[in-house]
Design a protein. Structure first.
Length: 292
């Protein structure tokens, strides 16, 4: 996969474990900021935030296994589950020996993965930045989107994702609502997912969404949710695009209910990719939040 250096001007680093290589960015020096992406994005999603922070902070941005520039193994070599994702993040951050003052930025599945790490190591978390994500079960007021149900539960959905990259393709068009991604950016977001084999994580993430106690990730999410109260005093910034068809305001309301003292920045016309839709407002606010 070729990455446009003009869009992604970073040096690649790799962490090898169990015969697999996980790609990550390690840019700048100073207080540590760990940015955890979701599905179907990759570390590219955080490129502008890294550029804005690396003069004052050390920015660590991993690509999950199966995503971005990391290896993309089959099911015989990797367990595509939330628990394994949290293990991966924990192993990488332990390997980098980042200390006990980590500023965590999370988006989409990065919320579950990042807060899963935080649940294991609450003493290491200095600040939390929340971007259209969750660290709790589907709110009772929120219906599970039909499109995700099809991908999660049907052969047709699996075939569309693996055969035609439909999940990443559609996301590149609908996840920005305020300002549409141009063609070069859409292609960059989709670039890692360029074959049937390389789209395995895109599908497995959706299939791992826990909706009932029988689902593999359900107990893990329950544990994370039950431990969220430990972060009541942790400084938190929430930046939210309210036109997100998955992480709708039902999720935002739940964050605010749990963390009434959080600093909240809402965008009524913003979509799921809020770092793209409202970069001019969100990135300076995150810089200010981290500098306080």
């Amino acid at each position: 996969m070729v990455v446009d250096e003009g869009l992604y001007p970073f040096e690649s680093h790799f962490f090898a474990k169990n015969g697999l290589k996980q790609h990550y960015l390690d840019e700048g020096s100073g207080p540590v900021v760990v940015m955890v992406h979701g599905n179907p994005t990759w570390s590219f999603y955080y490129r502008d935030l890294v550029l804005a922070l690396r003069d004052t902070h050390r920015c660590i941005v991993p690509d999950h296994i199966g995503c971005g520039l990391s290896d993309k193994p089959g099911d015989d070599r990797y367990d595509y589950t939330l628990a394994r994702r949290i293990d991966d993040l924990e192993d990488l951050l332990d390997h980098l020996d980042l200390g006990s003052e980590i500023n965590l930025v999370v988006h989409d599945w990065g919320g579950m993965i990042g807060m899963g790490y935080a649940h294991r190591h609450p003493d290491r978390i200095a600040k939390l930045t929340i971007l259209n994500t969750a660290a709790f079960h589907l709110p009772q007021t929120k219906r599970f989107p039909l499109a995700l149900w099809i991908v999660r539960n049907t052969f047709l959905g699996s075939f569309l994702v693996r055969g035609f990259n439909s999940f990443s393709l559609v996301a590149s068009f609908i996840c920005c609502r305020r300002k549409k991604l141009n063609g070069k950016l859409r292609r960059a977001f989709r670039a890692p997912y360029d074959s049937w084999a390389n789209r395995i994580a895109t599908l497995r993430f959706v299939q791992d969404i826990p909706l009932a106690p029988k689902d593999k990730a359900y107990a893990v999410v329950s544990e994370i949710e039950e431990g969220l109260h430990r972060f009541a005093a942790t400084p938190m910034l929430i930046c939210w695009g309210e036109k997100d068809f998955v992480f709708s305001t039902h999720f935002l309301d739940e964050w605010i209910r749990r963390f009434p003292n959080a600093d909240v920045l809402r965008f009524h016309d913003g979509g799921h990719y809020i770092l793209e839709d409202a970069a001019e407002e969100v990135i300076p606010r995150i810089r200010k939040f981290l500098a306080q």
